[in-house]
Design a protein around this ligand. Structure first.
Ligand SMILES: NC(=O)c1ccc[n+]([C@@H]2O[C@H](COP(=O)([O-])OP(=O)(O)OC[C@H]3O[C@@H](n4cnc5c(N)ncnc54)[C@H](O)[C@@H]3O)[C@@H](O)[C@H]2O)c1
Length: 332
């Protein structure tokens, strides 16, 4: 099978590309290596994907296209000889707080970019389409766990609104053009290659460097953290299901979380334990756009995708720390 993975140089995309290559699929990765965070990190991610592909004797099964999903013409990737069997659309501007500062880029990439890929898919007859949505669509709700059928009409950041918009336009393309659109609501994913501005990565670096970390709110805000290998297992299972499901079941939303919550205070303690070093904590007010709580009900993904997260946060954080130290050239 040939899979077009957008955002292939990013955190989740590079892992998805590797998992697909490992099991024998062909991958065409698209990424524009933008400067949302240091593009050198994305180059390093791609180097690792290529190194893995070489080690598995599958170097020729991976092709990288440096292109922008909004501004470049990607139709050559959909010609009969190149056409993917599935689109796995992970490229986006991620992150809640920067979306408040710069909502227009979020609209452009996350809404218009998604629409452009949906248009390519429908014009070239590619029906399976997997889309990276987000737990942020649940907004500031406190009734837990979050279920896919819950009302999600109150996004509290532009980022969340663009992800909800992606789910909505996906439904339209399913209805009008028969696309089999699977929207995956990721719940705070972490692990090797995690984006550098995300809390676990940010905190671990600061603690290692002896710098203070900023704890927003009272430390009781909670997240359902998902280890990258579990997330990837869910994405690959969704890719597979999107290729074989009947058209009538061709629109589905899935939560991909761990179905467990960890408070911010608990997270910091877990990172401290993994590093063997105490954090210097600076307290700061709650940040606009941040939700108080996320907690996934994953029964649907378990039943229909065989999704089976195996890495709770006390196991996943030490694995992340090990990777971080190795990348920084520090021994344990
Ligand atoms: N990491 C998480 O916890 C999390 C949670 C919920 C949802 N998501 C979603 O999952 C997806 C992957 O997230 P991630 O954490 O790997 O982020 P990431 O920023 O590491 O990866 C996204 C990639 O998309 C690329 N990209 C952005 N705009 C592009 C454009 N116009 N053209 C081509 N490429 C472009 C970026 O260069 C980047 O490499 C995103 O859609 C994100 O919104 C992530």
């Amino acid at each position: 099978m040939k899979v077009l993975v957008t955002g292939a140089a990013g955190f989740i995309g590079s892992h998805v590309a590797e998992a697909l290559l490992h099991r024998g699929d062909e991958v065409v990765g698209v990424d524009n290596f933008n400067a949302f965070y240091d593009p050198a990190i994305k180059e390093a991610n791609i180097d690792e994907v290529r190194a893995s592909a070489r080690a598995w004797g599958r170097a020729e099964a991976f092709r990288l296209v440096r292109a922008d999903i909004v501004h470049d013409d990607l139709s050559s990737l959909f010609t009969p000889e190149n056409c993917p069997d599935v689109v796995c659309h992970l490229a986006a501007w991620a992150g809640v707080r920067p979306s408040i500062v710069n909502p227009l880029i979020y609209q452009s990439v996350n809404v218009e970019g998604t629409l452009k890929l949906l248009e390519l898919a429908r014009h070239h007859g590619v029906k399976p389409f997997v889309f990276a949505s987000s737990s942020s669509v649940y907004g500031a709700r406190r009734e837990v766990p979050f279920r896919e059928d819950d009302r999600v009409d109150d996004p509290i950041s532009p980022y969340a609104a663009t992800k909800k918009a992606g789910e909505l336009i996906g439904y339209t393309y399913h209805h009008l053009h028969g696309l089999r659109f699977f929207g995956l609501r990721f719940f705070t994913v972490y692990g090797p290659r995690q984006r550098p501005e995300m809390a676990i990565h940010l905190f671990a670096r600061a603690i290692l460097d002896g710098k203070p970390i900023r704890m927003h709110g009272d430390g009781e805000s909670s997240r359902d953290y998902t280890y990258i290998d579990d997330c990837v297992q869910g994405v690959v299972a969704a890719i597979d299901r999107s290729t074989r499901v009947e058209d009538k079941d061709g629109y589905r939303i899935y939560n991909l979380g761990c179905s467990d919550t960890t408070s911010l205070r608990g997270l910091v303690s877990t990172i401290e334990a993994a590093l063997g070093k105490k954090a210097q904590i600076e307290h700061a007010p709650d940040q606009p756009g941040d939700v108080p709580l996320t907690f996934a009900d994953i029964r649907r993904a378990r039943a229909e995708l065989g999704y089976d997260p195996k890495t709770p946060i006390p196991d996943g954080v030490p694995k992340f720390v090990e990777w971080l130290k190795k990348r920084r050239g520090e021994s344990n």
